[in-house]
Design a protein around this ligand. Structure first.
Ligand SMILES: Cc1cc2nc3c(=O)[nH]c(=O)nc-3n(C[C@H](O)[C@H](O)[C@H](O)COP(=O)(O)OP(=O)(O)OC[C@H]3O[C@@H](n4cnc5c(N)ncnc54)[C@H](O)[C@@H]3O)c2cc1C
Length: 512
């Protein structure tokens, strides 16, 4: 499943090191960006530098049992490439195949250089170019590239280490402790008692998936999340596929699902009590009579203050109903030799403990940016249209939605970038930089989301303003209007051939 011709491109890499566009990361975003770039700007040269030895990002990294999306693939997939699989909520390997197929069938693979971890990028206004420094291969050999535009598609979390909070007594535990981000290939959990710590998307995926072989799986959460059952197969999508050409059927399903996501999100914000009741009723319907629904599935926050957990065809509820899995909502006092002692009293015994406790967020793949020798402090920069940074020239990034499919946004961001490049060519510009002329505008975090993993590191990310173009819409309809159809010209976006300051600085030298 995980072999890819892209993995060979590393050795046959072209020696060129100067490009029009350099993309950091060959995940779903980086490959999508490459597609747009080569389709809409066929004359531009580009390279994708990928730090790992494989493409696919998230969908290659995570290998835990049951790994799947919680978005439907009709909105998570690229607009230009129909999702043909019968399952709308898809398994990780199917998503990985889809991303790699996109790279293969569009000739993107030969532009990817694997094993190139980008560490820093410095912009020179004199040259109107980025110098990008990376480390290649296991030996970490330093390599340097130059480019006119830099596109950060490195995702939003650290690849080398998942997040585990401190738990007392972990050293005492006689069994095995596993983090889902570093799943041991040979982990045998057949007949074992498993505790999964967590209440997010990973925990609700793992629990039903592990009941196939484990003796018993306990989901241990400190506080509940909203869990909603969604159909794994979309009957409308599959019916449309049978009667319409693939692209047309895909476009209609995509539109339907975008509308559904938007409507449900808007209703959650405007009528949270109603949505809470609906979610509770949904959980009750799938759980046995007398199940403590409110203890385990009634969070303290409103729906969509944090991402909802989607479970395909109620698989988590089925696992709990069958008795092969159970759920405990309590605080961990300490790990013990045999398992976990709970604050409310009692001990859960286990052979394996899975810490599905989340990710460590990391902005732009950890690439250190500087402009004319000055380091860019991300927390002091504003995101322009949620795709560029204030006072950072020729730089764009892929950060998607947190209230619907991440990639919906990334797709139109890539389109927008293509339009900016075309505009610059048309006018002979070499530099494009957003500048905010209102230092008093109130700001808030770029990812304005309650989830713990966002809150832990949101201060290391750029911020957003309170009005366009400095605010992040979180609305596909609004982004289509602004990014796809809105004008490129904007008082906040400054274009030039070379930075005026650099021109002025050079002038006396030229005169002499
Ligand atoms: C288990 C899991 C399930 C998810 N399910 C969904 C879902 O259903 N729906 C949804 O919308 N979102 C989901 N997400 C979020 C998901 O990560 C994104 O939607 C999407 O896959 C992100 O794609 P990306 O290409 O932007 O980033 P990634 O998939 O993270 O890919 C980034 C790539 O950049 C590379 N990279 C990073 N830094 C550097 C560097 N410095 N130099 C070179 N290369 C670098 C990485 O190695 C990686 O290959 C999920 C996340 C996880 C962890």
């Amino acid at each position: 499943m995980n072999s890819s011709p892209a993995q060979q491109t590393h050795t046959s890499a072209a020696p060129t090191t100067d490009f029009d566009v350099l993309i950091v990361g060959a995940g779903v975003s980086g490959i999508g960006c490459a597609y747009h770039l080569q389709t809409e700007q066929p004359g531009k040269s580009y390279v994708i530098l990928e730090g790992r030895e494989a493409t696919g990002g998230t969908w290659d990294l995570f290998r835990y049992p049951g790994i799947r999306s919680d978005s439907d693939l009709h909105t998570f997939g690229y607009e230009f490439k129909p999702w043909r699989n019968e399952k709308a909520i898809a398994d990780g390997p199917a998503i990985l195949d889809y991303v790699r197929e996109t790279a293969a069938e569009n000739g993107i693979e030969r532009h990817i250089r694997l094993g190139h971890r980008v560490e820093s990028a410095s912009w020179s206004s004199d040259d109107a170019r980025w110098t990008v420094r990376a480390r290649r291969g296991a030996g970490g050999e330093p390599v340097e590239f130059t480019c006119a535009w830099l596109f950060a598609a490195g995702g939003y979390y650290r690849y080398d280490e998942g997040y585990t909070p401190h738990f007392d007594g972990t050293e005492r535990f006689q069994g095995q402790i596993v983090h889902p981000q570093h799943w041991p290939e040979d982990l045998d959990y057949a007949g074992k008692r498993v505790i999964v710590i967590g209440s997010g998307a990973t925990a609700v995926t793992l629990v039903p998936a592990m009941t196939d072989r484990a003796a018993h799986v306990t989901m241990l959460q400190r506080s509940p999340s909203y869990v909603v059952s969604v159909p794994e197969r979309d009957p409308i999508a599959n019916a449309l596929k049978r009667v319409l050409p693939a692209q047309r059927a895909y476009a209609l399903t995509r539109r339907k699902n975008i509308w559904l996501q938007k409507t449900f999100y808007s209703l959650s914000r405007s009528r949270p009590e109603l949505v809470k009741r609906l979610l509770r009723a949904g959980a009750r319907r799938h759980l046995p009579e007398g199940f403590a629904v409110d203890t385990h599935f009634k969070p303290r926050y409103n729906p969509w203050d944090q991402r909802l957990c989607a479970v395909p065809d109620a698989d988590l509820f089925d696992a709990l109903s069958s008795g092969r899995a159970s759920i405990v909502t309590d605080t961990i006092e300490t790990f013990t030799e045999r398992g976990i002692r709970l604050a409310a009293g009692g001990e859960l015994e286990a052979d394996i403990i899975v810490t599905a406790t989340g990710l460590n967020m990391l902005a732009f793949g950890g690439v250190e940016l500087s402009v004319d020798g000055e380091p860019v402090e991300l927390s002091k920069r504003l995101a322009y249209k949620a795709t560029m940074l204030s006072d950072v020239p020729n730089f764009a990034f892929a950060v998607g939605y947190t209230n619907s499919s991440w990639t919906l946004k990334v797709d139109i961001v890539c389109e927008y970038l293509g339009r900016v490049l075309a505009y610059m060519d048309e006018h002979g510009y070499e530099q494009c930089v957003p500048r905010c002329d209102d230092p008093d505008m109130p700001t808030r975090p770029l990812l304005d989301f309650g989830a713990g993993y966002v809150q832990r590191s949101v201060h290391e990310f750029p911020r957003q303003g309170t009005r366009l173009p400095w605010s992040m819409a979180m609305s596909y309809a609004q982004d289509v209007k602004n990014l796809r159809h809105g004008p490129i010209e904007d008082p906040a976006l400054h274009f030039s051939r070379r930075a005026p300051v650099a021109e002025a600085a050079r002038a006396p030298v030229l005169a002499a």
